[in-house]
Design a binder for this molecule. Structure first.
Ligand code: BEZ
Ligand code: FE
Length: 286
């Protein structure tokens, strides 16, 4: 007679046995370890009924706080480092190449195409920053005709789509193309650091446990070139005091930029090189 009495010792096995052997491969391979790890967690932490009720209430609130405009589940994944871990697993690159980081919720696919040296700050509010970028392959050869989409917060730490009534449409966004030397250049303002939303269940719960909710100041870049893996990354302001405490675990040494004073008032300049990896055969650039 098979062991059918549910107990602390066989719970995971009894539940996992219920899975349809013919279920989709990925679901099957994820669900069995998921059940095993969940039961192990419960055995080890031994929550009371009240503890478990509070957990279920928290997860319910996370669901209620999520809608078409706000994704509280994604925020939970981001703050627990799961989004960054999935990024790490899926885009392993040689250490000389520019790593990917999370794209985040503020990207807009419809930003305007602009000419070299254009100013993406449409209200000119904040210290001026000139960004010069170089796009190269792993051998140091320039990549011409690469497309660079950039977006950033203003110097107060707000994206244009967070303040539609205060900032011009498409403020601090633009699409550029590298020249024959693999270079692009544009003018902007210094971005400000900001905090991830703290008014929902995730920010409140993890904030109360001491999780940092700040993001150090950064610029976002999405770089595409024919025959290369797409880069979706950040460049961080090396002078930001929260660099070691990014809420989303996105800071890597290779992504820290030197925002240098130009000597003209509070104006700054940044020079940064992005290194692309050739796309594997049969795998288009993503
Ligand atoms: C951002 O850098 O814009 C961002 C990324 C992930 C979550 C929240 C914000
Ligand atoms: Fe950002």
């Amino acid at each position: 007679m098979p062991d059918i009495s549910f107990s602390e010792h066989n719970s995971a096995q009894l539940v996992a046995q219920r899975l349809d052997k013919h279920a989709e491969g990925a679901l099957q391979t994820f669900m069995v370890p998921f059940i095993e790890h969940l039961h192990k967690l419960i055995r080890e932490t031994r929550p009371t009924h009240a503890d478990w009720r509070r957990t279920v209430e928290f997860l319910t609130e996370v669901g209620h706080a999520s809608d078409g405009r706000r994704q509280e589940w994604v925020l939970l994944s981001d703050l627990l480092g799961v989004t960054a871990l999935i990024e790490e697993i899926n885009t392993r690159r040689p250490k000389e190449a520019t790593p990917n980081t999370v794209r985040g919720p503020f990207y807009r696919a419809d930003a305007p195409r602009l000419a070299m040296d254009a100013n993406i700050s449409l209200d000119g509010a904040g210290p001026a920053l000139t960004v010069t970028g170089h796009v190269r392959d792993l051998d140091g050869q320039p990549i011409a005709d690469a497309t660079i989409e950039t977006w950033q917060a203003n110097s107060e730490g707000f994206y244009e789509n967070q303040q539609p009534d205060l900032q011009p449409d498409f403020n601090l966004r633009g699409v550029f193309t590298t020249d024959a030397r693999g270079c692009f250049r544009y003018r902007t303002v210094r971005p400000g650091g900001y905090a991830v939303p703290a008014d929902g269940p995730v920010g409140q719960m993890l904030g109360s446990l001491g999780f940092p909710l700040r993001r150090p100041a950064h610029l976002h870049f999405l770089i595409k070139a024919e025959g290369f893996e797409t880069i979706s990354t950040h460049v961080y302001d090396g002078g930001d005091p929260h660099l070691g405490q990014d809420a989303l675990f996105g800071v890597k040494e290779e992504l820290i930029g030197d925002f240098r004073p130009t000597g003209k008032g509070d104006a700054l300049s940044l020079d940064f090189t992005f290194v692309m990896v050739r796309a594997k055969k049969g795998r288009g650039s993503t």
